[in-house]
Design a protein. Structure first.
Length: 255
């Protein structure tokens, strides 16, 4: 490669990293504002009984009159419920943001680090963001865009780790599947009804998506990764397993 071509390549890489840093900064500040507003709205809403149908109350996490039947002090129960639910949401958000900030502190020049930070900034239980969007309806579209961004960043992390490169070439197809998956998830939340056909199609896409991602990482681990990269892959797999177990336990505790 000539010196001129190498210089152009380095300039392009530097520009891409700078642009990605700017996106991370904008998304991080946006998430901080939306989540802060949403948690306050969520906390206030959870102190009131939900008189809507069960499926609506489940989405808002509000207690129904039947949940308070036989309770001596319903107001205290509602207050505890609001503190517990809103507090868990805030703790989850804060933990992800701290991890993202640590990654930015030590890996701000690494595209993989920036993608991971972007994923963590947008990750978390969506109840606070939905609460904000329910009061300010114009927030629904940006909130859903943030969810799409979260899915895309998570997919890119799985596809690009550990080298940060599309190796082998067919990994580009797996990345495209993650983008398609994110866009399909966007459609019902913009007000379109999800039919049974949509649900079956989503299950099929999920199966293809995760199986192809696992196949990609197994191929990369056996054929392309160095000993250091293999060790990094083991740690990431362990971290994802712990995250999955903690998520299941959290859902069971708060159910």
């Amino acid at each position: 490669m000539s010196a001129h071509a190498l210089s152009r390549s380095q300039t392009l890489a530097l520009t891409s990293v700078t642009l990605l840093r700017l996106i991370v900064l904008v998304v991080g500040v946006t998430m901080l504002g939306l989540a802060s507003i949403g948690i306050v709205i969520l906390y206030t809403r959870l102190q009131h009984v939900c008189s809507a149908p069960l499926d609506v109350c489940a989405l808002t996490m509000q207690l129904m009159p039947s949940n308070l039947a036989g309770v001596n002090d319903p107001d205290s129960a509602l207050l505890f419920h609001a503190i517990w639910r809103a507090g868990l949401n805030a703790i989850g958000r804060g933990t992800c943001w701290i991890l993202a900030l640590l990654i930015l502190r030590y890996r701000s020049r690494d595209p993989m680090g920036l993608i991971t930070a972007l994923w963590l900034f947008t990750y978390g239980a969506p109840f606070d963001l939905f609460a904000a969007a329910s009061v300010y309806s114009w927030l629904l579209v940006p909130v859903r865009v943030l969810f799409v961004l979260n899915n895309v960043c998570f997919g890119l992390f799985l596809v690009l780790f550990p080298r940060g490169q599309f190796q082998p070439r067919w990994s580009l197809g797996v990345a495209a599947l993650w983008v398609l998956y994110a866009l399909i998830n966007l459609l019902p939340a913009l007000g379109q009804l999800s039919t049974p056909a949509d649900q079956y199609r989503g299950l099929a896409i999920n199966g293809v998506l995760y199986s192809s991602t696992v196949l990609l990482q197994v191929y990369r681990y056996r054929k392309l990764s160095s000993s250091t990269e293999r060790q990094q892959t083991k740690w990431v797999v362990l971290g994802l397993l712990v995250w999955w177990v903690v998520s299941l336990l959290t859902r069971w505790v708060v159910a």
